[in-house]
Design a binder for this molecule. Structure first.
Ligand SMILES: *[C@@H]1O[C@H](CO)[C@@H](O)[C@H](O)[C@H]1NC(C)=O
Ligand SMILES: *[C@@H]1O[C@H](CO)[C@@H](O)[C@H](O)[C@H]1NC(C)=O
Ligand SMILES: *[C@@H]1O[C@H](CO)[C@@H](O)[C@H](O)[C@H]1NC(C)=O
Ligand SMILES: *[C@@H]1O[C@H](CO)[C@@H](O)[C@H](O)[C@H]1NC(C)=O
Ligand SMILES: *[C@@H]1O[C@H](CO)[C@@H](O)[C@H](O)[C@H]1NC(C)=O
Ligand SMILES: *[C@@H]1O[C@H](CO)[C@@H](O)[C@H](O)[C@H]1NC(C)=O
Ligand SMILES: *[C@@H]1O[C@H](CO)[C@@H](O)[C@H](O)[C@H]1NC(C)=O
Length: 311
């Protein structure tokens, strides 16, 4: 459809998109907000959810406000659901769900430990299959050097003899099932710790013409311990490693770009839109500030906005 658009409107659109200030894209914050909605701290099972993380259900639009705002950094939205007897916190990254194991809020160790929710789902028993790589937007979340990679080759369709050394990497579990999209052939799990592993992974990738390759991060220390026992790694040891999860670091990288640092310095909580735009500051007593709590949004401004919208 876009292909048939004449050039001029497209150029005009690009021009406007570049020149319209971003603050116009999302409505600014209302002058007041419901403090109980953006509570400072909340326990979900054993995990403490604290700003800049926030509960996913705390983003609903309020009556006098047409947009959405988050009570923290957009991507750090945690859903808390009761499963059986246990409250389970999950975070969604690029469309995939991860169970939150722990969050560290220490100022020089801001990390979150996550486990792919598919892996905890129980399918495959000791030998679960990962269905996707881990991807996320880098605005607030970053990879951790604490992780190592585990590479899977699912459904190998050999085009020529597979080197016999590769047998040691074959997943060997009766309950194992390849993920959707993979062929019916053998599957392999490779720990990329040395040159030999890298070489064999390349060999497999070349010899298995039709194979689905998925690389996921796992905790380096856990992987190290488990891969010592090569004899049971492929028959369930790797599943134990996946279930221990991987680590991401969280922080803001935009630094002073959007006013959030001013808000936080004034003891406020930054509110963001779904598009990751800074909307304003959630301050003490349910008042909003812009950009910080030294500059409280006057109630009249919001009333004017609300009445303009409703008329
Ligand atoms: C959000 O969910 C939590 C846990 O399920 C619940 O305790 C809280 O009351 C909910 N908040 C809102 C605003 O619905
Ligand atoms: C508010 O956010 C939710 C997702 O969290 C979305 O489904 C909904 O369309 C948003 N509403 C507005 C008015 O942007
Ligand atoms: C991350 O989000 C920002 C803000 O929405 C956006 O500009 C950027 O393109 C995103 N990065 C990726 C890799 O999607
Ligand atoms: C893991 O793999 C990713 C790409 O899939 C790569 O960027 C990263 O450097 C690897 N990490 C380690 C520790 O090898
Ligand atoms: C696969 O598992 C079976 C039973 O646990 C074992 O006898 C066999 O040696 C294993 N094969 C490989 C290649 O590890
Ligand atoms: C490795 O795992 C196998 C199977 O679980 C077990 O019999 C063996 O004792 C383990 N070896 C070591 C050194 O832990
Ligand atoms: C693998 O071996 C280790 C060490 O003996 C043991 O702790 C672990 O339970 C074994 N895992 C499986 C799936 O057999």
């Amino acid at each position: 459809m876009a292909v048939h658009l004449p050039c001029l409107p497209v150029l005009l659109f690009v021009f406007l998109a570049v020149h319209v200030p971003v603050t116009h894209a999302d409505p600014p914050l209302p002058s007041t907000y419901d403090v109980s909605m953006c509570s400072e701290s909340f326990s979900c099972g054993v995990v403490e959810i604290r700003y800049p993380f926030y509960l996913a259900n705390a983003t609903e639009a309020t009556a006098d406000y047409s947009g959405n705002f988050s009570c923290g950094y957009t991507d750090l939205s945690i859903s808390c659901k009761l499963e059986g007897q246990t409250w389970i916190p999950t975070i969604r990254l690029d469309g995939d769900d991860y169970t939150v194991d722990t969050i560290s809020y220490h100022y020089d160790h801001q990390t979150i430990l996550l486990v792919d929710s598919d892996v905890l789902g129980g399918a495959g028993g000791d030998c679960p299959a990962v269905r996707h790589e881990v991807s996320f937007n880098g605005t607030w979340l970053h990879s951790s050097s604490y992780n190592d990679n585990l590479t899977f080759l699912f459904g190998c369709d050999p085009r020529g003899p597979v080197p016999p050394e590769c047998d040691a990497y074959k997943i060997n579990c009766t309950q194992f099932k390849s993920p959707p999209g993979a062929g019916p052939g053998d599957s392999f799990v490779v720990v990329m710790t040395d040159e030999n592993d890298r070489y064999l992974e390349q060999e497999l990738a070349t010899k298995c013409g039709n194979t689905m390759v998925v690389t996921v991060p796992v905790r380096g220390d856990v992987l190290m311990a488990a891969s010592y026992n090569k004899s049971n790694f492929t028959s369930g040891g790797y599943g134990g490693v996946l279930k221990r999860g991987f680590e991401l670091e969280w922080s803001r990288i935009t630094g002073t770009a959007d006013g959030c640092h001013l808000c936080e310095a004034s003891n406020g909580q930054c509110a963001y839109s779904q598009n990751r735009e800074f909307l304003g500051c959630l301050c003490h007593g349910g008042k909003a500030g812009s950009p910080d709590c030294e500059h409280i949004v006057p109630a009249t401004a919001s009333t004017a906005t609300a009445s303009r919208k409703s008329s």
